[in-house]
Design a protein around this ligand. Structure first.
Ligand code: HCI
Length: 393
């Protein structure tokens, strides 16, 4: 049987981790995978997470199964953090999932279960796992323009033109904030235009929200998602706690389905069914930590303060990289780095330039020239700027 297997394509981002690890140069710089790192290069366990884990160890009395949908308290607390009061709770169904990827996978499976013929629209470019899973599930896929290679901003005219061809019943995958891989985002007025257009077309939005709190703050980063949820009769939201709680390996995510109150029971039943088919019960440890933090005023305040430190650190790095690039290239053509939001910026370098940066300078970024801003620190910002100026100046 196994001799029937063909080699599978590797994830380009995950491949980069191994290449970086195997590079013996002490001067190497890792701007690859989307993991937050502090100035010393560590991905710390957040203070509130440590405190919650201690409390959990002291108070947990059983590890029996949780519910198929996860613990109701987790789903309620996280849904409320994401949605605020944008929609009535009697319209919200949800399942805990293994990370944000698990939520995306379950969302796509739900769409396929309900409407196997639906086309799923993804931005060009998008996170490589999106098209990978859509294709794996045998679903129809289409792309809408997103990135303007000249300005490194959003190609809004192209995006609107492409989304104008969306058919009723199609699903449009949108990044709620902090677009991955580009770092370029829609402003509030543009979101309103997209919402109006897609609502008129009768499309269903699927929002990927993996970086809430990494862009403009916890509330601002949820604003587009909330407006979408309030505007459409049906919305899917796949959210991750990996980054904003720093619990990557605990696999903590949620899939939220918002529809008519009358259909909530059937929707919830289908979400539970999908969890049961794929893995029965979702992981609980990370979900429990998130619940404890969100429900406890002291832990929540400390978590929010640390998340804000993380966010501001990335903003500071963005500004200093933009400043250094101005000096190094004697031009303003990299100013977009300071206006991008989230962990990533797509620099707009060629693949050959990206390879030169890796081979000659030990600087690792994804092949499309996406950098993880958090991989930088005060020492490496000028090094990166000088190297970019050298290969692309
Ligand atoms: C990212 O770097 O885009 C997010 C982290 C990630 C990358 C590849 C697979 C899973 C998660």
């Amino acid at each position: 049987m196994f001799d029937q297997l063909k080699a599978q394509p590797q994830d380009k981002i995950l491949q980069l981790i191994a290449m970086y690890r195997d590079d013996p140069r002490s001067t190497k710089i890792d701007l690859g995978v989307g993991v937050y790192k502090d100035a010393t290069g560590l991905t710390p366990v957040m203070r509130a997470v440590k405190a919650a884990e201690k409390k959990l160890w002291e108070t947990e009395t059983t590890k029996t199964y949780t519910g198929l949908a996860g613990e109701p308290a987790y789903n309620a607390a996280l849904s409320s953090m994401i949605l605020g009061t944008a929609v009535a709770t009697d319209r919200i169904a949800s399942i805990a999932t293994p990370g944000g990827t698990g939520a995306i996978r379950q969302a796509l499976e739900l769409i396929r279960l309900a409407t196997p013929e639906a086309t799923v629209w993804i931005s060009n470019p998008t996170w490589p796992n999106h098209p990978s899973i859509i294709k794996f599930l045998g679903m129809k896929m289409a792309e809408y323009r997103y990135f303007d290679a000249a300005t490194r901003g959003v190609d809004f005219a192209g995006l609107m033109e492409d989304l104008a061809t969306v058919k009723a019943g199609d699903v449009v995958l949108l990044h709620g904030c902090c677009h991955n891989p580009t770092g370029a985002n829609l402003d509030a007025a543009q979101w309103d235009q997209v919402i109006t257009l897609l609502a008129t077309k009768g499309a269903t939005p699927l929002v990927d929200l993996a970086y809430q709190g990494f862009g403009d703050g916890l509330e601002d980063d949820a604003a587009a998602t909330r407006r979408i949820a309030a505007a459409f009769p049906e919305t899917l939201i796949a959210a991750s706690c990996s980054k904003n709680f720093g619990i990557y390996r605990e696999r903590t995510g949620i899939l939220i389905g918002i529809g008519a109150a009358a259909g909530k029971g059937v929707l919830q039943g289908n979400l539970n069914f999908l969890n049961r088919q794929n893995f029965s019960f979702p992981p609980d440890h990370g979900a429990r930590l998130v619940t404890m933090i969100l429900e406890d005023a002291t832990l929540r305040a400390d978590w929010m303060a640390e998340l804000e430190e993380v966010r501001l650190n990335m903003l500071t790095l963005r500004q200093s990289l933009a400043d250094e690039l101005r000096k190094a290239t004697n031009s303003d053509r990299f100013d977009f780095v300071a206006t991008h939001r989230g962990m990533f910026s797509r620099l707009g370098l060629t693949e050959a330039q990206v390879n030169t940066l890796r081979e000659d300078h030990g600087i690792y970024m994804v092949g499309d020239s996406r950098i993880n801003i958090a991989g930088l620190n005060a020492r490496t910002v000028p090094i990166l700027a000088a190297a970019i100026a050298q290969v692309a100046g």
